[in-house]
Each structure stands twice: as structure tokens, then as C-alpha cells.
Design a protein around this ligand. Structure first.
Ligand code: HEM
Length: 207
């Protein structure tokens, strides 16, 4: 029997988490008509905390494991882009608090965290276009419109292949799930919406 590729297991194992996240009101409002500048700033502000701490956690894990993946992430830090966009919108970015996530002590855990960090670029360009459609071409979208998401994604897939064994799949998927959970709880803390996440959600999938 052919083993299911790790990337596929990651996708299948976190499908519901992604669905909950991209349907969260703070992210949904970015891609549906009627977005205001204030609402956009509110979404960016809510993203700042979980994104910043995930990025910091991945960097610390890569450093601890002496993995050069951090080189790429370092030069393309998106926390910096997020803060630039917030400042352009007149919002002072808060300090990033320490991560609730464990700093990786194995490449498998790092891979799971990286999956969420790098995957979060993939929908970015669609979001950037929607935000510009709603608010005009001059609205700052450097976070969502970060360059070459597919290059970063391929690099991540190579990292996954080269550093994780198939039998480590449960560890990789659990680390990704934990990173998604942290993201989701940070968004929900930023704007507790009644009835979110929906219980017994039928999960119609976007991916
Ligand atoms: C409104 C918000 C979002 C939208 C519209 C969105 C949309 C997308 C799209 C279109 C893809 C590519 C799907 C494909 O190529 O099959 C994708 C992939 C992905 N997104 Fe999102 N996304 C959003 C938010 C997020 C966030 C906040 C995270 C993580 C914190 C995230 C993590 C991922 C991951 C890990 C993948 C890779 C899926 C795979 O395994 O192929 N997304 N997203």
C-alpha cells in the first residue's frame, strides 16, 4: 500500500481547523462586500498577535534545531509587514506576547508549525485583491500581498520531505492543529462573537 504523503495528511488533518479560521467573522469580513477601513484595521490587529507569536515560535524552533529554514523566514518576516500596514492605517501595533505554543524540539513539530505559518500566505493574494476592491488601490496590503507565496510553499514542502519521516505524521499534524487552535482562540478573544465557532457545523470546504 502506498503511504499517504505527509502534505496530504496535514491538509486532511487540519481541514476543519482551516474552515473554522477562514470563516471566522474577523477574516470573513475581509473577503465579503462592505469592508470598511476600520473593520480592515480591526482584522489586521486581531491577526497580529497569533501571527507574530507563531512566526517568533517558528524562528526560535529553527534556531534551537539549527535548521537553516529560518534564513528564508527571517528575510520575509510578515510580522513586520503587518505592523507597517497597521501603522499606515493609524494603529500602533501592540507588543507580541510570548507564544502559547511550545518551541519545537524536533523537526516534526517545527514542520507542523511551519505548515500553518507558510500556508497562511496562500490565500493572501486573494484577500489583498478583495481588500483593494473594497477600499481602493492605495490601502496598505503588504501583509496579505507578500511576494512569491508559491516559492515559500515549495520550500516548505521540500523541508517537510527532507526532515520528517512518514511515521512522524501524527506529531506533525498535531503540531499544526495546535498552531491553528492558537490562531483561532486569539481571533475569538479579539472579537468574541456569539455562537462562534458554530456547533455541529456542516463544514463546506474551501480547499
Ligand atoms: C479569509 C482567510 C483565508 C482564506 C480566504 C484562505 C484561503 C486559502 C486558499 C485559497 C488556500 C489554497 C488552497 C489550495 O491551493 O488548495 C489556502 C491554503 C492554506 N491556508 Fe488559508 N485562507 C485563509 C486564512 C488562513 C489562515 C489565517 C491560515 C493559518 C493561520 C491559513 C492556513 C492555510 C494553510 C496551512 C493552507 C495550506 C493548505 C494545503 O495543505 O494545501 N489560511 N488558504
Amino acid at each position: 500500500m502506498t503511504a499517504i504523503p505527509l502534505a496530504r495528511q496535514l491538509r486532511d488533518g487540519t481541514r476543519r481547523a482551516h474552515h473554522l479560521l477562514d470563516h471566522h467573522p474577523l477574516l470573513q469580513q475581509l473577503i465579503i462586500p462592505g469592508l470598511s477601513r476600520t473593520a480592515y484595521a480591526r482584522s489586521l490587529l486581531a491577526i497580529h498577535r497569533p501571527h507574530g507569536r507563531l512566526e517568533a515560535c517558528v524562528l526560535a524552533g529553527a534556531q534551537q534545531l539549527d535548521i537553516t529554514l529560518s534564513e528564508e523566514i527571517k528575510v520575509s518576516s510578515r510580522t513586520h509587514r503587518l505592523e507597517t500596514d497597521l501603522e499606515a492605517l493609524g494603529v500602533v501595533p501592540p507588543c507580541v506576547l510570548p507564544s502559547a505554543l511550545p518551541v519545537a524540539v524536533t523537526p516534526a513539530v517545527l514542520a507542523g508549525q511551519c505548515y500553518v505559518l507558510e500556508g497562511s500566505r496562500l490565500g493572501g493574494q486573494v484577500i489583498a485583491r478583495q481588500v483593494q476592491r473594497a477600499l481602493g488601490a492605495k490601502v496598505p496590503v503588504s501583509y496579505f500581498d507578500s511576494p512569491q507565496p508559491e516559492v515559500h510553499w515549495r520550500r516548505f514542502l521540500t523541508f517537510l520531505d527532507e526532515n520528517c519521516r512518514p511515521d512522524e505524521a501524527p506529531v506533525v499534524v498535531a503540531a499544526a492543529q495546535q498552531a491553528f487552535d492558537d490562531y483561532l482562540s486569539a481571533l475569538s478573544e479579539a472579537e468574541p462573537s456569539r455562537g462562534w465557532p458554530p456547533s455541529g457545523d456542516g463544514v463546506s470546504l474551501v480547499r
